[in-house]
Design a protein around this ligand. Sequence first.
Ligand code: ATP
Ligand code: MG
Length: 756
Amino acid sequence: MGDYLANLNPEQLKAVTLPRESALILAGAGSGKTRVLTTRIAHLIQSGQASPAGILAVTFTNKAAKEMLTRLSAMLPINVRGMWVGTFHGICNRLLRTHHRDAALPQLFQILDSGDQQSLIKRLAKSQGMDDEKFPPRQMQNFINNCKEAGLRANAVEAGDDFTRRMVAFYADYDAQCNREGVVDFAELLLRTFELLAKNLNLLTHYQERFKYILVDEFQDTNKLQYKWIKMLAGSNGCVFAVGDDDQSIYRFRGAEVGNMNDFVRDFAVEHVVKLEQNYRSQGHILDAANAIIAKNKARLGKNLWTSEGKGEQLRVFAAATDSEEAQYIVDEVKQLHREGMPMNEIALLYRSNAQSRVLEHALFRARLPYKVYGGLRFFERMEVKHALAYLRLAGNPDDDSAFTRVVNFPARGVGARSVEQLQEAVEQGIKPSLMSAARAGVVSGRSGTAIAQFIAIIDLLRTASENLRLPELIEEVLERSNLAAHYAAERDGQDRVENLHELVNAATLFAEEFEHGETPAGEAEADVAPVGTHQQQVLAAFLSHASLEAGEHEAAAGADALQLMTVHSSKGLEFHAVFVSGLEEGLFPHDNSMNEDGGLEEERRLMYVAITRARKRLYVTYAGTRMLHGQPRYGMVSRFVDEIPAELCKWIVLPERAQTRWNSGASSNSSWGSGGGRAPQADPDRYATAPRAKFELERPDAHPFAIGQNVQHAKFGEGVVLNFEGRGLDARIQVRFKTDGTKWLALQYAKLTAA
Ligand code: ATP
Ligand code: MG
């Protein structure tokens, strides 16, 4: 037995050393599933049961695949570079490149991203004279991708009505066009590989014999086609080692099927379903919280986790008055953790929706803390945000050629590439100083010319608006007039982008306030501000330079030891010493959208479970009483998920000026964070305290007599802690979690509450 087997518990060892048979490892977060999968690969190779070329391992993200290769090369004395370890897309791409002729593709076929796919669909629909109101291009795109992900070509789709028949016919034409151009969209990668092997018995047999061992991580998130693909590649004599956790299935909205687990056990005659129940990642309180939350779900295969690590610290729950206060608290805590010796990249900030990163990024930017947005872009680098900013830039300066090129035809309004070239030529030949001036001079005629005239009209309108409208209102105007908001709203995965656009309005609201109070960070506002123009135009100019500066920080953070920001979805499979889960408000997490869907709430709860189980030692849960939405404050209610965490696992944090006792030393305040042993944390008496006695007033029109987090006494229900408020004056209600009677909403006017 190699050294690599020494650090496994008996169940893990059993799983790693199972004989050649299909098996399912069904186990909770942090129980070592990924470690078992990787170690099994090493073991198969070391013990001579398989050659490196005989193994196919599928993971969920490129990062996970890279990590797996790194771990393998530490365990094996061979070069692991050429091994087939990758994502479904990565592996399919490799197969299609190798067998491009059989797949009827040019060797250098291009992969279309979602945007490319959409433009192709538009071009084709236009050439067929299709009415884009009746057949919106984005709807057709969704239709095509859904069909492909279900494994269906056009001729296999059943169309019950004329409309669907037309869509199906278009799907067929779309595929034909892709083939003519030699391009492949994402869904096609998988479907094409599936068909390649299905039609080509020699090839299929070759790979079935080659890949004696197939291993799949995060199996709970495979979709129908991916499962069929694995099944086919495994063949009748295949050996598939699947690891997964039904409680972490978080992609059902994209067609992932947790039922694949049951099918797998049946289809592959699985005898061994191995359960791993010891968690090696999180300390006791964190794990207890995760277990308690997921226990509320009904649709579960059922399992529990334990740890021998000890209870560790309690969860820190912070109820902020506003989203900015929440961000500020996080920044302060991050600084403190770092002072205590915790490496920045061991700290993660998680949020439910991408748009939430904006407030956090802003606070981090001002505090000059290096951060990296993982699995996505920084707020001001996101495509939709840059598009909106381009309209703003043109409103400020119509001669901004790069902004012009970015949006003259986005959203598409029928300005062809050739027309833009004509404008460019006019500029190059010195006939006109800018693209906009060339456009105004009527350099382009015909249909494109009309479309350009429409664009000029939009910009002129925005330019006039920019003189007097306040910045947030100007941005609302941009979103509406440019058609950007409507454009993304119609996209299949466009919700996130729409949220980001609205978040830009919030960014502007905050920025405008800071500008008026002279609080914009030094050197940032002055640099590019045009000395001319109305007051509002100066605000606009300052905002635009702020946006570029904040985006430009990227370089500085690259490679540095940076804080990790990401959505809960992207955090799957990862782990950190300290994790902040922010924005725990009803409507945000659980997200509003999930409420209308069957099983939506349970999927949100699984997301919360994923979030909590990323933390090793310290977990923060934060929420805000008010949050900006479309530039207006929205009063939030604390998320039910906070409520579902047993009270004894939590410690409530109170702001220093509102607190009377000192920073509680906590269970492990003598431990050190860094892997090499950092300094012992210093309790800082001026920082946030955990005294729940002080008054904590939400920034609402009228103050409440109690504070969130305060201990109170009720005549009938006994002792409890204040969770939240709602309403005002006579309508005000207070939410209290009682030690013995659970959580209740009480009318403040009548509740017989006293401070405990
Ligand atoms: P997730 O469900 O979040 O993907 P997982 O089940 O894949 O989690 P791993 O990431 O493999 O869990 O393991 C979690 C942590 O526990 C890792 O840091 C891993 O190295 C460690 N670990 C796993 N098994 C053991 C063990 N037997 N002894 C010590 N540490 C272990
Ligand atoms: Mg894992």
